[in-house]
Design a protein around this ligand. Structure first.
Ligand code: 5AD
Length: 348
């Protein structure tokens, strides 16, 4: 098993069966070797600094009806909110004062007629804080909309492909959502010069080891600048709410595999990791993740952005808790890197 890890570190690629063996091994020493090699590679590229992104959840209004997601359009138990332009700016102001130099504007997928509103917000953030990176996470849109937002000043875009397997995509999404269109969007975003992030939920219902291997192969071919991976966490008001949560261990293995496959990728240790285990975020970092995305949203709307049950948004998961986060990181010998934290493969 160790030679597979060494091979992945050296060649950045393995055969399907070899990935499968790494994902399935039950030998704790082999797993620890995988994680330790990923840690080393993360440190070669980023030292022991962890980049921060300030997450602003601008709205839980969504036109989509993904079967796993708590803010799906048919969930009538959610009270819907949208921040005002001024509220978004106020979140950035607060974040900038704390030291954040990346703002992530995330929200449900809106109708195209509101794209101009987003463009205005982007322009305003860009004007106030020209030294900051603006990341968007707003779902699927026409190429022209992505171009509009890019021209307004956005630098990065997060859009998980969710799964590379078309059949599985169909089981997780309503009729009418197209797997091909999701992949098309990712190609457009890259083409428009965004730093692009993509990824999957780990342990989602109906997922198999084979489909995870397909995801690894898609990611290594697409070579995103950022890779978003988090365990599936059930949300009780959704059709998939009775399925078990994904595993922190499997997600950590995937962080490690992706770190070895794409050494310079920006890999966040995601909120879903922190939600499932008190030490989840640190376990992600010890598996090669190098980014944390604390929540900068107004505290009263945070609980309404409930993609899944018990979503962590307080303490070290919040922007106000960066001291707590710094203390947590120092326990494992890491520290916050306050720089803008661009992808080493793409400087602007
Ligand atoms: N569990 C874990 N992750 C989820 N997401 C949505 N719903 C869930 C859930 N129940 C993730 C999706 C989406 C991202 C914004 O949040 O991968 O792309």
């Amino acid at each position: 098993m160790r030679c597979l890890v060494d091979k992945l570190r050296e060649k950045h690629e393995l055969a399907s069966d070899e990935y499968r063996a790494l994902l399935l091994t039950r030998n704790p020493q082999d797993v620890e070797y995988l994680l330790s090699q990923a840690r080393e590679v993360a440190q070669e590229n980023f030292g022991k600094g962890i980049y921060l992104r300030g997450l602003i959840e601008i709205s839980n209004v969504c036109r989509n009806d993904c079967l796993y997601c708590g803010i799906r359009s048919s969930n009538s138990h959610v009270s819907r909110y949208t921040l005002t332009h001024e509220q978004v700016i106020a979140c950035c102001e607060q974040g900038y004062r704390i030291g954040f130099r990346t703002f992530v504007i995330q929200g449900g997928e809106w109708d195209e007629k509101r794209s101009q509103w987003i463009a205005d917000v982007i322009r305003d953030i860009r004007r106030h804080w020209p030294d900051c990176a603006i990341t968007l996470s707003l779902g699927e849109h026409p190429r022209e909309t992505y171009a509009l937002w890019r021209e307004a000043g956005a630098n990065r875009y997060l859009l998980r492909h969710e799964t590379r397997n078309e059949r599985l995509y169909g089981l997780l999404h309503p009729r009418g959502m197209s797997h091909a269109h999701r992949l098309q969007c990712l190609d457009w975003l890259k083409d428009l010069g965004y730093q692009v992030g993509t990824g999957i939920m780990v342990g989602s219902p109906f997922q198999t080891i084979g489909s995870i291997v397909e995801d690894i192969q898609y990611l290594t071919a697409f070579k995103p600048h950022m890779i978003g991976l988090g365990p599936f966490v059930p949300q009780h008001d959704t059709p998939l709410g009775r399925f078990p949560a994904g595993s922190v261990d499997m997600t950590a293995r995937l962080y490690a595999i992706m770190r070895l496959a794409i050494p310079q990728a920006l890999i966040p240790s995601t909120t879903a990791m922190a939600t499932l285990a008190p030490d989840g975020r640190l376990r992600g970092i010890l598996a090669g993740a190098n980014v944390v995305m604390p929540n900068l949203s107004p505290t009263d709307t945070r609980k309404l952005y409930s993609l899944y049950d018990n979503k962590a948004s307080l303490g070290a998961e919040s922007a106000q808790g960066v001291k707590e986060l710094a203390d947590e990181l120092s326990l494992i010998g890491y520290h916050i890197d306050w720089s803008r934290g661009d992808s080493p493969t793409k400087k602007e």
